[in-house]
Ligand binder design. Structure first.
Ligand SMILES: *Cc1c(COP(=O)(O)O)cnc(C)c1O
Length: 228
């Protein structure tokens, strides 16, 4: 995958993906990518691997393809696509007409509204906002992401924060790899909602600061922490 979601929001470098493609080409191997989390516009491109300018031989899609309606898909191109024939890739509910119709409608709307572009625009706001608000936080090790797939890595377990985020900040977050807060906000968020989310996460982490006091040098961070 081009971004490890469960692995702590680790973005594969473009060089790594290009070398992987070259290696597969040299050896006659297939390059198969899982785009279930990073696909469908999430990272600011339709699929995460497009940031590296490569094309996989096969890729998987699900979740966002149905915008909540259950669907999964395996896409293959060229010679690889020719390897599949009817009956070889079966599943009880695979390819059912309703799910496929939903997937087509989701794609139509996402193309119409250029949702990948939306994610690219909001990425800057989200990551810059967090870097300003949390750059000096004593427990924040890294802020990383691509498009609206973003994570904040702490120097300690942050599982407890999931409950506190919903109770204290009315914010739903998940934690991956024990120490990384993962946020995949809806692509239909507007700018104000992104700013609000940045502020809520900053407030959550401000009350979580341990070891050393939070050093605040940035006026935006100060405003966020005061709940302005
Ligand atoms: C959810 C998820 C899967 C599993 O998808 P299914 O449709 O349940 O098979 C695989 N990979 C990633 C990255 C996922 O997020």
């Amino acid at each position: 995958m081009s971004i490890q979601g469960e692995g702590g929001i680790r973005v594969a470098s473009a060089d790594y993906l290009r070398e992987l493609r070259a290696l597969c080409d040299q050896r006659g191997w297939l390059l198969m990518l899982d785009e279930i989390q990073a696909g469908m516009g999430r990272t600011g491109a339709w699929f995460g691997h497009q940031h590296a300018g490569i094309t996989p031989d096969a890729m998987t899609l699900a979740k966002a393809l149905g915008n909540g309606f259950p669907i999964g898909a395996c896409l293959a191109r060229g010679e690889v696509a020719d390897l599949f024939s009817p009956g070889q890739h079966g599943s009880t509910f695979g390819g059912n007409p309703l799910a496929c119709r939903v997937g087509c409608a989701v794609l139509d709307i996402m193309v119409r509204d250029d949702m990948p572009q939306r994610a690219a625009v909001l990425e800057a706001r989200l990551l810059t906002g967090w870097r300003q608000a949390l750059g000096n936080h004593p427990n924040v090790l890294a802020i990383r992401g691509q498009g609206l797939m973003a994570g904040i890595e702490l120097d300690r377990s942050c599982k407890e924060l999931v409950r506190r985020a919903s109770e204290e900040q009315r914010l739903l977050i998940t934690v991956t790899r024990d120490t990384t807060i993962r946020l995949l906000p809806p692509l239909i968020c507007d700018e104000a909602q992104i700013d609000d989310m940045v502020a809520r996460v900053a407030r959550l982490l401000a009350s979580n600061a341990v070891d050393r006091p939070v050093r605040l040098t940035d006026p935006t961070a100060l405003a966020n922490l005061q709940g302005e």
